[in-house]
Design a protein around this ligand. Structure first.
Ligand SMILES: Cc1cc2nc3c(=O)[nH]c(=O)nc-3n(C[C@H](O)[C@H](O)[C@H](O)COP(=O)(O)O)c2cc1C
Length: 228
């Protein structure tokens, strides 16, 4: 299986899920093709005080620990409260050797490798996924790189996971989710369980990220599994 994965961050609440997913994928040795919508940029700043420059993106703007600013940043404080550290030895249940890397693509860059089906990937995750992007995907739109890469994954019959965050849901949003599921997209709402010994925000974030990794068949040690 290719060790290349596409992650798209769009403008739903829950930017921390996307950031955590990136960390874990890189730790697991995956090369992540990352694209970020302008609304996701707003949410990153609003929720995590992370400022990313979509025209001059540096991984260090997004990934933590060696990145993402000072120890008094909102994200650092959130992470401290949650007990999350980038050198988190519990992330993986196996030794991966060397970490992967992140290759960023601007949301209007249709020359990016992930705009073509000839570029092999193990799948794509839209995390978080806005209602707008989900509607675009199920209506076969391709007006930005997020949508185009999703269409590529659908036509190539590769795994596509969307992580919507909205509540309550309109009938039209439910209809989009039904359509998505019908065409083989995994609709994985950012809806953490509380049954696995939750004590921190990290437990909630990692629950959702762990379920995403399960869909991509990537081993991890993020959550204690039911029955284990
Ligand atoms: C701070 C903030 C939070 C938002 N939260 C959500 C949300 O939870 N779910 C959602 O579907 N849209 C949410 N939106 C609205 C989307 O960002 C908006 O519909 C946008 O057009 C989505 O564009 P995109 O899919 O290209 O990122 C939020 C917007 C902002 C600024």
């Amino acid at each position: 299986m290719s060790k290349s994965i596409v992650v798209a961050m769009t403008g739903a609440s829950g930017a921390i899920y996307g950031v955590r997913l990136l960390e874990v994928l890189v730790a697991a040795g995956y090369n992540v093709h990352l694209t970020i919508s302008p609304s996701a940029q707003l949410v990153l700043e609003h929720e995590l005080e992370i400022k990313v420059d979509l025209d001059d993106f540096q991984v260090s703007q997004l990934l933590l620990g060696d990145a993402a600013g000072t120890s008094d940043s909102k994200l650092s404080m959130l992470r401290q409260a949650a007990g999350i550290s980038t050198s988190d030895s519990n992330v993986l249940s196996f030794d991966v050797g060397s970490p992967g890397m992140i290759e960023y693509h601007h949301h209007e860059d249709y020359m990016a490798p992930i705009a073509s089906g000839s570029h092999q990937t193990a799948g794509m995750v839209v995390c978080p996924c806005s209602g707008g992007t989900l509607a675009g995907i199920v209506n076969s739109l391709s007006g930005n790189l997020v949508l185009r890469a999703a269409q590529v994954h659908l036509k190539e019959r590769r795994p596509l996971v969307v992580v919507p965050r909205e509540t309550p849901l309109s009938t039209l949003q439910l209809e989009c989710m039904r359509k998505a599921s019908e065409v083989g997209i995994c609709v994985l709402p950012a809806s953490p369980g509380f049954y696995h010994g939750v004590t921190t925000i990290q437990d909630l974030v990692d629950f959702v990220v762990g379920r995403i990794l399960d869909q991509l068949k990537i081993e991890h040690g993020l959550v204690r599994r039911w029955g284990s």
